[in-house]
Design a binder for this molecule. Structure first.
Ligand SMILES: Cc1cc2nc3c(=O)[nH]c(=O)nc-3n(C[C@H](O)[C@H](O)[C@H](O)COP(=O)(O)OP(=O)(O)OC[C@H]3O[C@@H](n4cnc5c(N)ncnc54)[C@H](O)[C@@H]3O)c2cc1C
Length: 301
């Protein structure tokens, strides 16, 4: 019986594991090693690690944990979790079973990349969802925003932070009316021609080709897509979700299921790696306090 099982060893799970290990808690960490940013060329905006590869950050995190004997990291996919008699029983793909008093889910999300030619090929190499992550690398270049939904003009305006050459590629008639004049007022161009494919080379995206007319030179294209949960475990455990499919938790990272805690992109808020790591630390403190209260009830203090 471990104090805590953590599922997911991205920035959130690794950070929680580190703090819990330093609290002398026995921690068992399962990870299937599929980071959300696995296709990224470099993780940006993470203090002291700006530009580090996504797998390198994980290797550094795992190396930090290796110093702590009460910590076990096991590469395996968790397929089932049951809560019974006030504890959690976790089963992995290999058949391995582990039990714990408390459970932390840090299983992350996946990005639904638009199903259009070239998008998946250039995802992480010129096609992105987050300008805070990758905008700086394309500063001053021609940038594009994909889509004709209502929120696209606001998203295109955000990109003016990094370049004054911003084009909205609607890929057909947009959902909005009058958006062109608002975009024009911001100096943003709108193209409604159907997109044929994205083109580029070894370095990444260079052009957007349309069914008709001239191609558009483009250093980076951003889309505002859905990002569903990577794992069905939150649903199977009975977690509550908001309209953005974020798992709801209180300010101490506790979900509606007793003994279950949440950290990282599984939650809502800013989906940055450093935020995920901070949420992991926040959950770790909350978990340690619960374990402390169980061992030494505060009424006896
Ligand atoms: C292309 C791209 C570029 C990005 N660039 C940046 C950037 O530059 N800067 C930045 O701050 N953020 C960036 N992000 C966002 C960043 O990837 C996330 O904020 C961060 O990875 C979230 O950390 P996490 O720990 O919540 O989840 P993740 O890093 O996704 O880790 C979740 C872990 O849980 C594991 N897991 C899931 N289900 C199971 C299961 N059932 N059993 C076992 N293990 C499981 C997964 O394999 C994974 O290892 C980028 C995202 C993308 C898509």
């Amino acid at each position: 019986m471990h104090d805590v099982i953590i599922i997911g060893a991205g920035p959130a799970g690794l950070s929680a594991a580190l703090l819990l290990a330093r609290c002398r808690r026995t921690v068992f960490l399962f990870d299937s090693n599929k980071p959300r940013n696995g296709l990224s060329q470099g993780l940006h905006g993470y203090l002291t690690r700006d530009g580090v590869g996504p797998f390198e950050l994980r290797a550094l995190g795992r190396a930090d944990l290796a110093r702590y004997p009460c910590m076990t990291l096991h590469e395996d996919t968790v397929t089932d979790v049951r809560r019974a008699a006030g504890m959690f029983e976790v089963t992995a793909e290999s058949g391995r079973k582990e039990r714990s008093r408390l459970l932390l889910l840090a299983t992350g999300r996946v990005d639904s990349v638009p199903d259009r030619p070239g998008f998946q090929e250039y995802f992480g190499r010129g096609v992105y969802h987050c300008p805070y992550c990758d905008g700086w690398e394309h500063r001053g270049q021609p940038l594009a925003v994909y889509g004709g939904g209502r929120r696209v003009i606001g998203f295109a305006r955000d990109l003016l932070t990094w370049s004054d050459q911003v084009t909205i590629c609607c890929d057909g008639p947009p959902e909005w009316t009058g958006g062109e004049s608002r975009a024009a007022g911001l100096g943003i161009r709108v193209i409604t021609r159907r997109l044929l494919r994205l083109e580029g080379g070894a370095e990444g995206l260079t052009h957007i080709r349309f069914e008709t007319g001239d191609p558009l030179p483009c250093g980076a294209l951003f889309f505002n897509g859905e990002c569903p949960q990577r794992s069905s475990l939150p649903e199977r455990l009975g977690c509550q979700f908001d309209q953005d499919s974020s798992v709801l938790c209180n300010q101490h990272a506790a979900a509606n299921v007793p003994g279950l805690y949440i950290a990282g992109n599984v939650r809502g808020g800013r989906h940055l790696a450093i935020t995920a790591a901070a949420e992991g630390a926040e959950a770790a403190v909350a978990i340690n306090e619960v374990l402390l209260d169980r061992a030494y009830p505060s009424s006896s203090a």
